[in-house]
Design a protein around this ligand. Structure first.
Ligand SMILES: [Zn+2]
Length: 471
């Protein structure tokens, strides 16, 4: 066989296995995994002493996202380049339905923004924020079109994103019929609004009160409610960016009953605790949900190790220092969000694998295999098998990288990881057979990435993730 690209001498890590082998790529696909493959004129990537892993799938990004009277700072080019530098080969970005807009139109709008710019592959989740009978009927069409995952908000009423419980229930019922999955942002809106109004009345306007307006109960209650709605609808569900022990416990209980309830957490909840809201740069840590206490952080790690939390995604939705200043005098006006797509693999490796909280295989399961399974990308993505897309990351387990704004590739001018040095870094990222970044250098033109239509996901397929997930 004549290969276009050969990755040689690396240690291959998948969700299930660890072994020494070479990988042969023809065009966009992996066509051989064997003990020795002769390069024979192919482009050679030497991976001796490195891990070779399936590209990470960042299940949660907001590139050039219109939000809180501004737009997130990374566009689909800078955002996917940062992703690639972090070993992400596919992002799942949130398309936001406009008021009164058809979901197909929303998808088209997102393609128009993303297609000319992306350097990784991308899929879309559809945010349903304006529900009527037409939109309800369109949910099944969206699944057929390749978007089997939807998102609804239990908060952000003032921003026009909130769906009431009845509407959430209707979405769940309809999506279930078509083998899709509903993701939920779980925070109790009334409690948040009441607490925020109280603090503002007392002229308590600093970011510390953003955190205090969103105590752990805000998430715990909304996760519990979401599970009850999903149970009533007989539908699978996915808690996005879970940040609390309450949330984890509710999800775990549901899984013990055999319910198809899944959860995602984010790198920032695994590194920091809420003392960050005392810092001078506290506004940079304003995201929703906010970072909780050290006990919550420990619970999230336990959930990952135990397999009840299935994925880690970034919630990449970043704003410059200038944009964050919109809330200088009022924490409710600070644009909510942080950068993180470049941090997923390094943080989980440095803090997880190196500290023996998770195994190498679980690292790959959380970052690639599980999101591929949950979102209808498997086995095209999420593994390193013959026939899969050649989405391959060469990861140097010893490379130390201070995660400063200067070293990271997002467009923003600050980094919440400014004082953090990761040990272990993706030195090359290959998307469908093409090297996209090598040592932080971009190797492809804008638009190399492709939209990936996904397939529906059956309940038995996703439920298998919860059996023996812990390794
Ligand atoms: Zn988000």
């Amino acid at each position: 066989m004549k290969f276009d690209l050969v990755v040689k001498n690396g240690t291959i890590i998948t969700a299930a296995d660890t072994f020494q082998a070479d990988i042969g790529v023809q065009g966009e696909k992996i066509t051989a995994v064997a003990q020795t493959i002769a390069p024979d004129g192919a482009k050679l990537i030497e991976a001796k002493g490195k891990y070779v892993i399936p590209g990470a799938i960042d299940g949660h990004t907001h590139m050039e996202f219109p939000f809180m009277s501004t737009t997130s700072a990374d566009d689909f080019h800078t955002g996917t380049f940062a992703a690639a530098c972090g070993g992400v080969t596919t992002i799942m970005d949130f398309a936001l339905q406009g008021k009164g807009e058809s979901l197909m139109q929303t998808a088209r709008n997102w393609h128009a923004k993303a297609d000319p710019k992306v350097v990784t592959d991308y899929g879309l989740h559809m945010i349903v924020r304006d529900l009527n009978d037409h939109i309800l009927a369109e949910l099944g069409e969206m699944v057929q079109y390749g978007i089997p995952s939807f998102k609804v908000f239990t908060t952000y009423r003032k921003e026009g994103l909130l769906l009431d419980d009845g509407a959430i229930f209707r979405v769940m019922e309809e999506v279930r019929k078509h083998n899709g999955i509903v993701g939920l942002h779980c925070e109790n809106n009334d409690l948040i609004e009441t607490l925020m109004a109280g603090f503002l009345k007392e002229k308590k306007t600093s970011p510390e009160y953003f955190r205090k307006s969103k105590p752990a109960e805000v998430e715990g209650e909304a996760v519990q409610r979401a599970i009850m709605l999903a149970r009533c609808a007989g539908a699978p569900m996915y808690v996005v960016h879970m940040s609390t022990q309450y949330g984890r416990n509710r999800v775990w209980e549901a899984q013990q009953e055999g319910l198809p309830v899944y959860a995602e957490t984010c790198p920032h909840y695994l590194v920091f605790a809420d003392e960050v809201y005392q810092r001078k740069d506290a506004a940079n840590f304003v995201m929703s949900p906010p970072i909780k206490g050290a006990a919550d952080r420990a619970a999230l790690w336990a959930g990952l190790a135990n397999g009840d939390i299935s994925t880690v995604a970034s919630d990449h939705c970043c704003f410059t220092t200038e944009q964050k200043k919109m809330g200088e005098d009022d924490f409710t006006k600070i644009p909510n969000g942080v950068a993180g797509t470049e941090a997923i693999l390094p943080i989980l490796f440095s803090e997880g694998v190196r500290k023996n909280r998770i195994s190498l295989n679980l690292w790959v399961r959380i970052t690639s295999y599980n999101p591929a399974k949950l979102f209808g990308l498997y086995p095209r993505k999420g593994t390193l098998s013959v026939g899969s897309d050649a989405d391959i990351v060469v990861f140097d387990p010893d490379k130390k990288v201070p995660m400063t704004a200067k070293n990271l590739h997002s467009r923003i001018d600050h980094s919440i990881y400014e004082e953090y040095t990761a040990t272990g870094w993706p030195v090359a990222t290959i998307v469908r057979g093409q090297v996209v970044q090598e040592n932080g250098e971009l190797k492809v033109d804008k638009g190399w990435g492709k939209y990936i239509a996904r397939r529906p996901v059956t309940e038995s397929e996703t439920l298998s993730l919860l059996v023996g997930a812990a390794t």
